[in-house]
Design a protein around this ligand. Structure first.
Ligand code: ADP
Length: 301
């Protein structure tokens, strides 16, 4: 097969691994820098140009669109979809997962366990938001944050209110969430491919850190998830419409709660922790499903 990967970082571990896995299986994989693509929106003839040349027709596309270029990246991906190229994750599904409020609302609609989560626009509503979330301790998160940056733990209602007021006063969008203390600074990343949990790891924060992000010095080990955690991860992936994703969950006293569904999950942490060939599994998924014109939405909302 001829596979395109949309990425600006061809040397990233995850991307090199998928290229290797594709080539080992006799496919061709081209890394395409999303920002160097130009799009020709001609009626019934969707084209993509790359450095001035028209891109050949691919069988499948692996979107690895960085959060900072979501808008343009999704436009290029839609163009691939309109050509009938099979996307590992569809543009519409990635769009849902990039909007934290929308994703939580979609997960809640499907009855998936979530931490109690509130948000409000008006900084004057800080007291109401604190009360709705159940009072301190609370976690306050920047909606646009990644890698644990902008995730704050407020121990008292007073500090929660000041943090909310400061962020909202600066015009920053936030979520206010029940603090799942019993998770003890660990979370679970379940890797889902084609409706199955293919690997799972437990990430633990560095000493004294409630955030378990590997980028913040956390460590990872393989873990066997419970049947409830497995079905929560699968349902979360389905609610978002993602074929390949990382579902981050916390173990709470009231069962697994989903924090986030990541549409471009990294492979390094999970492959190293579990010893599994996740890159190979993604390529196998493409072999099974990557047929022309099989995209469900073709960019339709
Ligand atoms: P990011 O998307 O920036 O990684 P997350 O929402 O995943 O931010 O939060 C980072 C880490 O903080 C999580 O992996 C988890 O360990 C911890 N954390 C986040 N929300 C909560 C919460 N409500 N209760 C307990 N710990 C949390």
């Amino acid at each position: 097969m001829k596979i395109a990967m949309m990425t600006r970082s061809p040397n990233l571990f995850s991307h090199k691994r998928m290229k290797e896995a594709a080539e080992e299986r006799g496919h061709e994989l081209h890394m395409i820098n999303t920002l160097r693509c130009s799009v020709n929106i001609a009626s019934r003839r969707p084209e993509i140009y790359y450095d001035g040349e028209r891109l050949p027709k691919y069988d499948a596309v692996i979107p690895r669109i960085g959060a900072s270029i979501t808008y343009y990246g999704l436009a290029v991906l839609r163009q691939f979809e309109m050509q009938g190229v099979f996307p590992v994750n569809e543009s519409v599904a990635i769009g849902r997962s990039r909007d934290k409020l929308r994703s939580m609302q979609l997960l809640a609609r499907d009855g998936i366990g979530l931490p109690v989560t509130t948000f409000a626009h008006d900084p004057k509503k800080s007291e109401e938001v604190v009360n709705l979330a159940g009072g301190a301790p609370l976690v306050i998160k920047l909606i646009e944050g990644t890698q644990g940056i902008g995730v704050v733990l407020a121990d008292t209602n007073r500090s929660a209110k000041s943090v909310i007021e400061a962020f909202r006063g600066a015009g920053v969008n936030i979520l206010v969430q029940e603090f799942i203390k019993e998770a003890g600074g660990t979370d679970i990343r379940a890797f889902v491919i084609g409706g199955k949990v293919v690997a799972a790891m437990q990430r633990s924060g560095a000493e004294g850190e409630f955030r378990s992000n590997l980028h913040r010095g956390g460590s990872a080990k393989p873990i066997k998830v419970s049947p409830e955690e497995r079905s929560t991860a699968i349902r979360a992936a389905r609610a978002m419409g993602l074929n390949v994703c990382g579902v981050d969950m916390l173990r709470s006293n009231h069962g697994p709660v989903v924090m986030e569904v990541n549409s471009s999950p990294g492979l390094e942490g999970v492959e190293k922790a579990t010893g599994k060939d996740i890159a190979g599994m993604i390529i196998e998924f493409i072999e099974r499903k990557g047929r022309e014109g099989k995209t469900r939405t073709k960019g339709r909302g």
